[in-house]
Design a binder for this molecule. Structure first.
Ligand SMILES: Cc1cc2nc3c(=O)[nH]c(=O)nc-3n(C[C@H](O)[C@H](O)[C@H](O)COP(=O)(O)O)c2cc1C
Length: 218
């Protein structure tokens, strides 16, 4: 299936078939997809908290808006996407260490260039108090990779902003990870009676959203 077909096929599942579970092998693939998501200056500002047990679902349920409970209660797995409370110098060294290990850094000079380049962009955001916002943008990229990656494997999903972030941070003790919650994604196999499955997609027409700069120069 090409990416356009996938884009037409993927939809937001409103409830899942609770009798169907994502295999461990498939969930490992989803984790790999998240790990490989791109981020600005390779900052990878995220951590992912995953769960599938009733106990894990119960733990986060009070933080989730009640209209989203049918997704959480019936899903096979969930992924809570969180971002780090700032991108410290220590963390930037950790990134460089990994890049070196992975063979991305040719020599000391290249290491300095990479480190300084990344720090420049991190400082730009820090100076205007935009670090968290910038990190959150990267979290949405990871979410998107997960939604389409899952769909390519026949796995349905729900992107969820509908939860109380402060409450989620508390129930998951995110302070301990030095992070805060941004997004929740529930995953599984859509329930047969999910009305959203057969609902037509609705998007604004292309003439409302595309402007061809080869034609319009005004
Ligand atoms: C960032 C984001 C947050 C969303 N939050 C919720 C949510 O809390 N609950 C829900 O049922 N759907 C949620 N949605 C699903 C959207 O309503 C849905 O993507 C949109 O209506 C388009 O439908 P489609 O995904 O089926 O194409 C969210 C989608 C995105 C991208």
């Amino acid at each position: 299936m090409d990416f356009l077909e996938l884009s037409e096929k993927r939809f937001t599942a409103k409830k899942f078939d609770p009798s169907k579970s994502i295999s461990a092998e498939d969930f490992d693939k989803l984790k790999k997809i998240l790990q490989l998501a791109p981020s600005s200056v390779n900052s990878q500002p995220w951590i992912f908290l995953t769960g599938s047990s009733e106990e894990a679902k119960k733990r986060i349920r009070p933080a989730v808006a009640d209209f989203n409970w049918p997704r959480l209660d019936t899903c096979s797995h969930f992924v809570l996407i969180a971002v780090r409370n700032g991108l410290s110098d220590k963390y930037q060294h950790r990134l460089l260490e990994q890049e070196t290990k992975d063979g991305r850094v040719a020599n000391e000079e290249a290491a300095k260039e990479i480190y300084d380049g990344r720090q420049y962009f991190i400082n730009l955001r820090e100076q205007v108090g935009e670090t968290l916002n910038w990190e959150k943008k990267q979290a949405y990229i990871a979410m998107t990779a997960l939604l389409y990656g899952a769909s390519s494997m026949g796995i349905d999903s729900t992107p969820i902003e509908g939860f109380d972030e402060a409450a989620m941070d508390k129930v998951l003790n995110l302070d301990m990870y030095g992070a805060r919650s941004v997004l929740l994604v529930t995953l599984g196999y859509d329930a047969e009676d999910d009305h959203n499955r057969t609902r037509p997609k609705s998007r604004l027409p292309q003439e409302d959203i595309f402007y061809d700069l080869d034609k319009y120069r005004g």
